[in-house]
Design a protein around this ligand. Structure first.
Ligand code: 6PG
Length: 236
């Protein structure tokens, strides 16, 4: 069952998600492994995080996906996070595990998958993140798993190379089994453009399973959806 968090607008979504993370951190001890997504709402949320007196020394940051560009490129998810958050909080550099968008994609996907297995606890052979943040595109994609590459939801490798359907840009992305092995998965979804896909997914209208976001169903973990009024599915 999904937990829904409705807020009036994107800023309020960012604040509500920050408050929720604050409660998770308060309830946890030891290393906390969290994977981040890119996108507009995370950007707002990171600005909130930068103000928090959190136990940064036990946080490990990972990425859900990355565009295959260098870290100082405007498209880099790591670059956005560095500007909004990392430059402002005392998080040890050795605990920031970025995907190296400047490296050969297939090699980097293998390296990153291995790194995840080295650092994270495992259950049933899968690495378990404490928390994974996801977004959803207007086309129903999540992470960098787009509808034309839905198979990435099921592949055994924890990390894979993906291609953006229109720009052809290569991406590196975590895959379905790792996403669904997390203790907590939280979607941040804002804006009117998201409403049609959310409506189809939540009402399970015929064809909804073509959307990668519909396949995020944590095996034993919790699923949280933070959305604003503009994105709220019809009839909910
Ligand atoms: C990325 C993301 C991607 C994102 C969605 C939603 O790197 O592009 O990880 O999956 O979460 O496209 O993005 P918005 O929140 O900006 O709509």
């Amino acid at each position: 069952m999904a937990h829904i968090h409705l807020s009036p607008d994107p800023q309020a979504v960012a604040a509500a998600a920050t408050e929720w993370l604050d409660s998770l951190l308060s309830a946890s001890t030891g290393p906390f492994h969290m994977a981040l997504s890119g996108g507009s709402t995370p950007k707002l949320m990171f600005a909130h995080w930068a103000q928090q007196a959190w136990p940064w020394e036990r946080l490990h940051l990972w990425w859900v996906d990355e565009r295959c560009v260098p870290p100082d490129h405007a498209d880099s998810n790591y670059g956005m996070t560095r500007e909004q958050l990392l430059d402002q909080v005392p998080l040890p550099a050795a605990q920031v595990h970025r995907m190296r968008g400047e490296d050969a994609p297939a090699t980097e996907a293998r390296r990153y998958g291995d790194l995840i297995y080295q650092h994270l606890p495992q259950e049933d052979g899968l690495p378990v993140f404490d928390l994974i943040w996801l977004g959803m595109g207007d086309d129903g994609h999540t992470a960098s798993i787009f509808p034309h590459q839905l198979a990435l939801i099921g592949v055994a490798e924890p990390c894979a190379v993906a291609t953006h359907p229109t720009s052809g840009q290569q991406r590196i992305t975590l895959t379905g089994p790792v996403l669904n092995a997390a203790r907590q998965v939280a979607f941040l979804v804002t804006g009117r453009g998201k409403r049609p896909r959310l409506t189809e997914i939540f009402h399970q209208t015929p064809g909804y399973s073509q959307y990668p976001a519909a396949h995020i169903q944590p095996i034993t973990g919790e699923l949280h959806w933070f959305w604003d009024e503009a994105a709220q599915p019809e009839d909910m």
